[in-house]
Design a protein around this ligand. Structure first.
Ligand code: NAD
Ligand code: G6P
Ligand code: MN
Length: 443
């Protein structure tokens, strides 16, 4: 029997991640055949630049795939099997504010962690729920695979406000780190082993890594992390710019306080907040690096392809980010029962943690969705940290729902990155001004 051919929509078509994702999808046609590929964005100009280049890539590599792009929700979401969402609500201009405002007050300024992540969460919730509603209206059987950040707060919002929706919230950090772990012990990639992991999004730990014969690989990987964190002697993989390498090095210290497990790099912002603030360039943050780097590079490569009318010599290539979401689409479409780390409602999988918390766990994925793998009880150190962080995330969603200044102040004050209620208030007042176009009015 011929394999099912899918129709995929990339929402946030103008994203810097779109070309690599399109390349990956075209390289994966044997395992995930496509009949249609569409892009959707609410910024026509931005999307057009990316889409015109993608059109050439597709024409050259897979002319049988019908390609289109639009800003019209009905056209975009009609006849779709899988939506891959990657919105950045407020774009890089607001990411810059998310990073710089907390730094101004001596607090970690980060895209998804601390006050910046909370600010971004309050921007993302409405537009992501809007996407879910479009999908349910025009293609009710489709799945939405959502990368849009901050994934933790978005996941709590979709759990609460669209509990029956077919959205799966995901993060590429675990797979990117697993590829590094594989390389540093001489394996090809993450598919050479199986892992156990628990935590929240951008807030978790690996507890077990075994090869397919069941041999424990943790001691070897741990030796490497004890010496040099997740840095490695290769340029392979994502996250290789100097600011990321600094984060990769921090894993060495994060591992010292919990030598039994291997840390997600994002724990740095909570457990090493003081040194993060101390060493940061507060006037030129990660957002500036991307505006001058990845964003410029992606858009100039798109324009170059369009001007030349060919992408045969393009530098766009697939990456871990794109391969993970493609694997997830395959698992759902062809019931592969692949084990993948996803963001899921806990529902007892971590026995001593809140039933309704959105946690990050290995799950088995098939055509009906995913089932989390039970982790049993977690230790008190991780449990305590996670309880504080989930409370901060839940308060942020409460604040959005109720338009409550008080709840948002509590959310910031609860966050481990913030030292006092006074600092929380000062940051909040600045964030309100920066986000007035996107946030509900707070009373
Ligand atoms: P980007 O700004 O280049 O692209 C985002 C696109 O979303 C833009 O073209 C923008 O116009 C569009 N957009 C914004 N609001 C929209 C709306 N309401 N409706 C439709 N389109 C809208 O950003 P990027 O750096 O490519 O990142 C894209 C997203 O992917 C971000 O949320 C980023 O945080 C996320 N991301 C997540 C992970 C993860 O691990 N979960 C990994 C990488 C990137
Ligand atoms: C990792 C995380 C993403 C985050 C990205 C930021 O991949 O998993 O959630 O968006 O890093 O990377 P950037 O290069 O934009 O700083
Ligand atoms: Mn992530």
């Amino acid at each position: 029997m011929p394999k099912k051919e899918s129709s995929i929509l990339i929402a946030g078509g103008g994203s810097t991640y779109t070309p690599a994702l399109v390349v990956m999808l075209l390289e994966s046609l044997d395992k995930l055949p496509l009949r249609k590929l569409k892009l959707y964005d609410n910024d026509e100009e931005r999307q057009k630049t990316v889409a015109e280049a993608c059109k050439i890539i597709i024409d050259e590599r897979a002319p049988g795939v019908e390609f289109s792009y639009t800003t019209d929700p009905e056209e975009a979401f009609t006849d779709v099997d899988i939506v891959m969402a990657q919105l950045r609500v407020g774009k890089y201009a607001l990411r810059e504010q998310d990073e710089k405002i907390p730094f101004k007050h001596g607090v970690v300024g980060q895209e998804t962690c601390g006050p910046g992540g909370i600010a971004y969460g309050l921007r993302s919730l409405g537009p992501i729920i809007e996407l879910v509603d479009y999908m349910e209206k025009y293609s009710p059987d489709a799945w939405m695979l959502n990368y849009s950040n901050p994934a933790a707060i978005v996941a709590e919002g979709t759990r609460r406000f669209r509990p029956n929706s077919r959205i799966i919230n995901i993060c590429d950090m675990p797979v990117c780190l697993e590829d590094i772990m594989a390389r540093v012990i001489g394996l090809k990639d993450r598919k050479d082993f199986e892992t156990s992991y628990f935590g929240l999004n951008h807030f978790g730990w690996w507890t077990k890594i075994v090869d397919h014969e069941g041999m424990d690989l943790m001691p070897k990987i741990s030796d490497h992390v004890k010496r040099q964190g997740y840095t490695e002697n290769t340029q392979k993989g994502q996250h290789k710019e100097e600011s990321w390498l600094e984060t990769m090095r921090a894993a060495k210290e994060l591992h010292e306080i919990e030598p039994e497990f291997l840390p997600n790099t994002y724990l740095k912002y909570y457990l090493m907040a003081d040194s993060t603030v101390e060493h940061a360039n507060k006037e030129y943050t990660r957002a500036d690096e991307i505006i001058d780097g990845r964003e410029k590079d992606v858009f100039s490569e798109c324009r170059r392809i369009t001007e030349n009318g060919t992408a045969k010599d393009t530098s766009f290539k697939s990456n871990e980010h794109a391969s993970f979401i493609t694997d997830l689409a395959c698992a759902l479409t062809f019931n592969t029962k692949e084990r993948m780390i996803l963001i899921t409602e806990n529902r007892g999988a971590i026995a001593n943690f809140a039933y309704d918390a959105m946690v990050e766990l290995p799950c088995i994925v098939g055509k009906d969705g995913y089932e989390p793998i039970s982790m049993g009880d977690i230790p008190i150190f991780e449990k305590g940290l996670m309880e504080q962080q989930i409370a901060s995330e839940k308060l942020a969603v409460d604040a959005w729902e109720q338009g409550s200044y008080l709840k948002l102040w509590q959310s910031l004050a609860m966050n481990k990155t913030v030292p006092s209620i006074a600092v929380a208030k000062d940051i909040l007042d600045d964030l309100i001004l920066a986000n007035k176009e996107f946030w509900p009015e707070l009373k």
